[in-house]
Write a protein that binds this ligand. Sequence first.
Ligand code: ATP
Ligand code: MG
Length: 304
Amino acid sequence: MLPEMPELLDHQLLFVTGKGGVGKTTVAAAAAIRAAGEGRRVILAETGAQRMPGLFGVPVPPRGEEVQVADGLWTLAIDTPLALEEFVAAQLRSRALVQVLTRSNMFRAFVEAAPGARELVAITKVWELVQKRRWVRRRPAYDLVVVDAPASGHGLGLLRTPRTFADIARVGPLHSQAARVREWLEDSRRTAYLAVALPSEMPVTETLELEGRLRRTIGRNLTAIVVNGLLPRRFSPAEIERVEAELDGAPAAAAARTQAARSRLQHNQLARLRRGAQAPVSTLPFVAREALSLDDVRELARRL
Ligand SMILES: Nc1ncnc2c1ncn2[C@@H]1O[C@H](COP(=O)(O)OP(=O)(O)OP(=O)(O)O)[C@@H](O)[C@H]1O
Ligand SMILES: [Mg+2]
């Protein structure tokens, strides 16, 4: 269904973004399952709530701990103070000094006080997961990090910080680290951006705007867009007429008409997105279930 999907998963960083509640976490999980199934060593990095352990039925590890959830698939909920501690420890190579700093709560104070520091640390941690030389030695590198990014506005903030910090700190280790991450984010061979949208007017408008905002923020286009929760094209107008003629006035006829109207609106919005967007647009079906199970997400992964 999606010829560009293998290409999407060939990157080392894959950011999944979009409005709140559109299915970012679901699509990120599906993409990660798909990439792991193709033999890559994949980690799904969660920036918000820790949802992956629950989905895969493994005990919730402490934040900041990488845990395996399936063959070739790990997950991590990014803990910014811990990530900063690992970064500083890797620079200092003096365990004693790091312990002093940790005990003094310096890391927590820094990420909570400096504007943008939390985002910078989080995105640098994402970058670190695919480096051959990890901050904590002997941790193996991953082939791909799928990032379940925060909703659009915050997601862009996350992507913007390396550039901001590289500009503020003109020289020194902070500058060179931030500049390195920035270089990766801007590199179309290494990093891909996947937007998730729902097939209705506002989300489509916002996704079209997101393309421009991403370009202004890091000079990149969206790599692909997934329209999630699409209803099938149920009945053609001719079929509706037949149903109405046969079921004159029956509730089933009204239900069919409502379904058809909803589906038509969705497909119109999908067409509008396809006309307006530069990135290729693919779709995932609506799964009529109260809560999606791991099997449901695996099925979505196959359809990606
Ligand atoms: N294709 C689908 N069909 C049916 N339900 C879906 C589909 N995709 C996601 N959902 C459900 O919709 C809800 C929102 O999905 P999800 O948590 O992935 O969105 P999100 O964008 O990550 O939300 P948030 O912004 O809160 O993090 C969940 O209950 C999920 O199970
Ligand atoms: Mg989510």
